[in-house]
Structures are given as C-alpha cells and as structure tokens.
Design a protein around this ligand. Structure first.
Ligand code: SDX
Length: 428
C-alpha cells in the first residue's frame, strides 16, 4: 500500500504521509497541509477526523467491536473487576496479583474526602441536578489538593492525583445521592471492595444495617466496566483538549463530566427512561413515538438509539440487554418499561428509516432499566455513567500528556464580512 496520499489542490500536488494503525485503519497525516498548500480541512463534528493516535481502545463500528488494550469488552465484562479494568486502561496491562493488591490497597485507603466538601452542598438549591453538582465537586478537589495545580506533575504526583480521583469519586457520588435525599452521608469502609463500598455508601441508611447483595455487586461491576472508555468520544476529547492546555487533572475531569451531561451523550440514559415512561403513560404504543422520531419537523429523537461510530449493534448494549432480564429476575423486579424498550427496539429495527441510517440501540438504551431496578433515581444515571468513565478519561489524559501533545487549537474558514470602514452611529 502506498505510504502517501496525493492531494491535487489548485494546480499544486502534495504527498501526505499515511498513518496505518495496528488494525490497518488508514489515517492521512495532514500536519504539513497548511504549510505546504495554505489550505486547512473542515470537518464539522469531526466525523472524519482523527485527533490523535491511541493505544487504549479500539472500536470497529461496522463490526460492533470494542476492545480495551486488546481485550474484548465481552471478556472484560465477563471476567474482570472494574478496578482491574481501571488499572488496565491507565497502565496498559492487566495487573499481576501483587500489582492488583497494591492498587486495591491504595484505592481503599484514599476514599475519604475533606469534611469541608460537605459545606459546598449548602450553596445549592434543592433539586439541583447531580451532574452539575459532580462537576463542581470534582473541580473543587484542586482546592483541597493545591499541589495538583502543578502544570507538569512528575510521575508520582500524577499517580497520587489519579489514585485520589479513582478512590474519592464513589464517595462523592454517594454523598450527592444522600444529600439530595436529605439523608445523612454514609462514610466509606476500607474493608470493602470498590463496588461494595460504593453500594454501601449509597444504599445503607444510618439507622439500619445494610446487607450488600452480590447481585447488585455483579451488576454494578459489569455496568461500570461497560462504561469505562470509548476512545475519542465527546467527553474524552473534552478531557484531552482541556488537558492539552496543562490544566490540572481535576479540572480536566470536571470538563469531561460537563460534556457527558449532554442529552446527545451520556445524558441520554436519563432521557431514555423519561421517554419510555412517556410512552407507557401515553398507552404504550411505540409506533407513535417511532413516527415522531422519523418526522424531520419534530425535534423528538429515539433516545438511546444511534451512534456516531457504531453502524451495527453497540456491543455494550447487547451485554446490558442480556443482563437486564437476568438481573431483574434475580431482583424479582418487573419493570413494564423493559417490555416497552424491547417493543420499541423491535419496531424500530424493522423500520426502513432506522435500518437505512443504521440506527441501533446504544449503551444508554437499556442501562437505565438496571439502574432503576437497583434503586437509583433517574437523575443519578448519568452520574453513574461518569463514575464508570472516569478511568477512561484518566487514561486518555495520561496518554495525551505522555505524548507531549501540543495545545489543541483547531483552525476555521472565515465566512463573515470582508474588511469594511467604521461608520459613525448617526450615519448607520
Ligand atoms: C453515547 O461517541 C461515543 O462513543 C459516545 C458513547 C460513549 O460511550 O462515550 O457511546 C456514549 O453518547 C451514546 C449516544 C447517546 N445519545 C443518544 O442516544 C441520543 C440519540 N442519538 C442521537 O442523537 C445520535 O444518534 C447521536 C448523537 C448518538 C449520533 O449522531 P450523529 O452521528 O451526529 O448522527 P446524525 O445526528 O447526523 O444522524 C444521522 C441521521 C440523521 O437523519 P438524516 O439527517 O440523515 O435524515 O440519523 C438520524 C438523524 O436525524 N438519527 C436519528 C437518531 N439518531 C440519528 N433519528 C431518530 N432518532 C435517533 N436517535
């Protein structure tokens, strides 16, 4: 295969080098384009533009493949713990037994947050969305750990901040849940593993004992793994570009949380449940909502459907869908919206509009049904997505910093007024 792509532009020809990935993906390196031709490329939404090379996650949207550091999402969801996947994403390899014990010990012993963090809650009105609260709480960590403001942290400083984020985010998420219920917060217990500790802080109440259900642990562990990373999605790209300015890691993660909040991104899992409830309250006829989703004059979209990369079934959605029946049966929960979701999927996947556009259920379509069965309020669903995505964001940030990438600053094509003279207000 030729190692270059030839571009013919306004009578000039330039050869642009190719970047061939380990899965034979082909990228055209245009880093010399402007200096050689004066031209830039334009690709609104970056649908055809790679921002980086990366060795963290591989997606094949046509084949519905997702791998982290070479391991399939199916293998990881079936066999790994979320802490193992977090270690894999951040360090590049699955941990040995000793490495895992060290990592697990470090995380278990950094779960407390500064007591003053609870004061931040006094500023919020009742009913504040937990994603806005989480953005602020994670960003505020740089106030409690000012050494994190060093724009060029050494490896140990970097690792300390990474450990603090992984260890403290579950504590903060559980705190949000409790404070928004008006309940006393439950402190972490170092003797509990990551997922059990999170469930205990979230669902135990201060007056009673709480028995950690292994079904909950297994379901939560799997859901966190399925959300752990997804290459250059909107929020990971946000973390990278904020990190490219050498902002501190807490600020970068807060920016990623803000991007994930959007209903076209991670916010979709909350919107899916609200959509399914609306269908149920409207009598349960999915076809009416399918028609709305197809109507160009109607802003309604089938939330949880479609994906920028997957033009086949999102492998994560497949795993979650399979788990839905299993977990709800084990929990003895009968959720009518699960049947509506399945009916909606079946109707949509038989409709040319969705088939022609290759719109399949994505990771957000079924996840909320499990979260709801476990007792999480719908406003917390995207917070749970962020909890799972944290190690992926950290891995993406670390790779960008390790590669000494320059500050991200896209170009543009100006289409406004050409130069014109000032006119006094009286003459306008
Ligand atoms: C996530 O990038 C990632 O990896 C994200 C993520 C991750 O793990 O980080 O996978 C997580 O964000 C999943 C996506 C969650 N969002 C939703 O479920 C919201 C609903 N879906 C869409 O809004 C949409 O599908 C996107 C945002 C996901 C993708 O949008 P694109 O790639 O920009 O595609 P598009 O909007 O250009 O749509 C192409 C066509 C359009 O129709 P035409 O103009 O060609 O006639 O498909 C239509 C769209 O109108 N379309 C939909 C639709 N999604 C796309 N029509 C109805 N319902 C939908 N859900």
């Amino acid at each position: 295969m030729s190692e270059t792509a030839r571009l013919s532009l306004q009578g000039k020809e330039v050869d642009l080098p190719l970047i061939i990935g380990s899965e034979n993906e082909v990228g055209i390196d245009i880093s010399s384009l402007r200096s050689e031709t004066g031209a830039v490329t334009v690709d609104v939404g970056y649908k055809n533009t790679g921002s980086t090379t990366s060795s963290i996650t591989y997606l094949d949207g046509e084949a519905g493949i997702l791998r982290h550091r070479g391991y399939s999402i199916e293998d990881l969801a079936e066999n790994a713990t979320f802490m193992e996947v977090a270690y894999l994403l951040i360090n590049g390899e699955l941990p040995t037994q000793q490495e895992y014990e060290d990592w697990d010990y470090q995380i278990r012993h950094h779960t407390l947050v500064n007591e003053d963090m609870e004061n931040i809650f006094k500023a919020w009105p009742t009913g504040s969305h937990p994603m806005g609260q989480l953005t602020a709480m994670i960003s505020s960590l740089s106030s409690f750990y000012p050494e994190s403001l060093n724009p060029n942290p050494n490896e140990e400083d970097q690792h300390r901040t990474i450990r603090r984020l992984i260890a403290k985010m579950p504590t903060i998420v559980a705190m949000l849940h409790k404070k928004n219920l008006g309940h006393p917060i439950i402190y972490p217990k170092n003797k509990l593993d990551y997922v059990s500790n999170f469930l205990n802080m979230t669902f135990k109440n201060v007056t009673e004992d709480y028995e950690i259900d292994p079904i909950f642990v297994e379901a939560m562990n799997k859901l966190l793994i399925l959300h752990a990373d997804h290459e250059q999605n909107c929020s990971a790209s946000t973390v990278r570009i904020v990190g490219s300015a050498h902002s501190n890691l807490y600020a970068c993660i807060a920016a990623g949380i803000a991007a994930l909040w959007g209903p076209l991104h991670g916010g979709a899992n909350q919107k899916v449940i609200e959509m399914l409830e609306a269908i149920r309250e409207d009598g349960g006829d999915a076809r009416k909502f399918i028609a709305k989703a197809k109507d160009k004059n109607d802003p309604f979209r089938l939330m949880g459907f479609g994906h920028r990369v997957y033009k086949n079934y999102d492998p994560r959605a497949l795993i979650i869908k399979k788990s839905c029946d299993d977990i709800l049966n084990k929990l003895g929960v009968k959720d009518p919206v699960l049947d509506i979701a399945k009916q909606l999927e079946e109707t949509a996947l038989a409709d040319d509009y969705f088939v022609e556009r290759k719109l399949f259920p994505n990771v957000d379509f079924y996840s909320g049904i499990i979260y709801r069965a476990m007792g999480f309020p719908v406003e917390m669903f995207t917070v749970l997505f962020a909890l799972g995505r944290l190690p992926g964001w950290i891995a993406q940030w670390k790779e960008m910093r390790d590669q000494n990438q320059p500050i991200g600053r896209p170009r543009q094509i100006y289409t406004g007024h050409v130069k014109r003279d000032w006119t006094a207000r009286a003459l306008r």
